[in-house]
Design a protein around this ligand. Sequence first.
Ligand code: NAI
Ligand code: MG
Length: 499
Amino acid sequence: MTVDEQTSTPQHSFSDGGLKRLLIDGRLVDATSGRTFESLNPATGELLAHVSEGDATDIDLAVAAARRAFDDGRWSQMKPFDRQTILSRFADLVDERHDEIARLDTLDMGMPLTRTMGNRRRAVGMMRFYAGLTTALRGDTIENSIPGDYLTYTLKEPVGVVGAIIPWNNPHIAFIWKVGAALAAGCTVVLKPAEEASLTALLLGELLLEAGVPDGVVNVVPGVGEIAGAALASHLDVDKIAFTGSTSTGQAILRASAGNLKRVTLELGGKSPNIVFADADLDQAVPGAALAAFGNSGQVCSAGTRLFVERSIYEDFMHRVAEFAQGLNVGNGLSDGVQLGPVVSKTQLDRVVKYFDIGRDEGATVLVGGERLVAGELSKGYFVAPTIFTDVRDDMRVASEEIFGPVVSAIVFDDAEDLVRRANATSFGLGSGVWTQNVAKAHRFAKAIRAGSVWVNCYNLMDPAVPFGGYKMSGYGREGGLEQLDEFLETKAVWIKTS
Ligand code: NAI
Ligand code: MG
């Protein structure tokens, strides 16, 4: 049976409470175990769907399908023009269906509709970028110094079967970010979405088939991280894992990958410094600093959660950020005017609330927020007030650990040179921000900060053509940009004696 035969209409709803099944080898199938899990709306606690729960057996089936699809060349040997045509068609489908995709992410993980819908340009743009890259793959011809006549050149070849493991904080973007690049390189994929938000991954998997991606090239297997994710990470027939998520899970994946030394790229957590100098344009820096930390309810790996503010403006600046934070409209992401949705799950709620206690116990002051929001309808969901800690010292846990909620730790500074040391005194290195109108200072800090991205007088901007990734324990490898493509390619050197 094909996907179309199994679904009543092409526009079937992914949030009707029904069963959403695994996508393996071009078919929608039940989990071998018959098990399912529930997908809930974090704004209301309502059931959205039952999702088939894949385990190691289903991962085996999906990897076998991806292996066959890779080895017989149905995708990797297809002419770049034809792969590009299919991926462009997929980009068009993402564009046409984006309202539905965005709404599904909002229901599934809580991000406000304005924000999920606002991702249209990024989602479509990324997919078009990758479609373009399919016809841009190339090796080099290299001069060598070997006595005699030898021609040397490189071939770029897809790395093989890719296991993609993605988180829940921006589901459809995370899917396209990984799958788009893997497909452009000619790889085949088994993707495991996060258990908190699997629905758009299944929808996008179907849209790939509709666009003409052959069966087995992309397989989507929802399931529990420690079971399905771990099975993928340790699978001996998977050539590469592309992972986004927590640093500790990244470490587990790296350990699990050792069996066949599969390639691994890791996009992990952060505790990114956002530095505001007294000479900044404060009218921009106030909302900039607030949204760097509170956007998507703080569930952003590169969130600017260590806010360093120069002493001469500190009091006034923090007062203004606090006012801005209190003006943010927190609620159900489907409602008009909502700027911050719930956090994704009860687990994340408990984690964030625990950090309110940790910060207070350490001696930090709660300037605003510091509590769960339970007024009226909010009591049904996992809502947290945007929270600012002041009187924070560099060594406090709220200044060094990733909280992944709408929480910012404000730290005062006097000495701009010592500031570099303090900003870099973290095991992470993902994002960073600098707010100043002094060009020389901006460049000096952009160079001195040990992080994969530096935003000057802006924060968290992303573009398909610009590489993104971590230093230190924020992971390795880059997503976006031409750099990402190389993460899915092997380089083969060819030597030919020509006389
Ligand atoms: P996680 O890192 O455990 O989950 C991310 C993905 O990895 C999910 O698909 C999950 O099912 C999978 N996974 C979990 N354990 C695995 C294993 N042993 N082997 C293979 N795959 C596995 O993150 P989680 O539990 O959702 O959130 C915990 C914390 O992680 C958050 O509070 C936040 O600090 C951080 N996080 C960071 C993200 C980022 O974008 N850097 C995204 C999500 C979470
Ligand atoms: Mg986890």
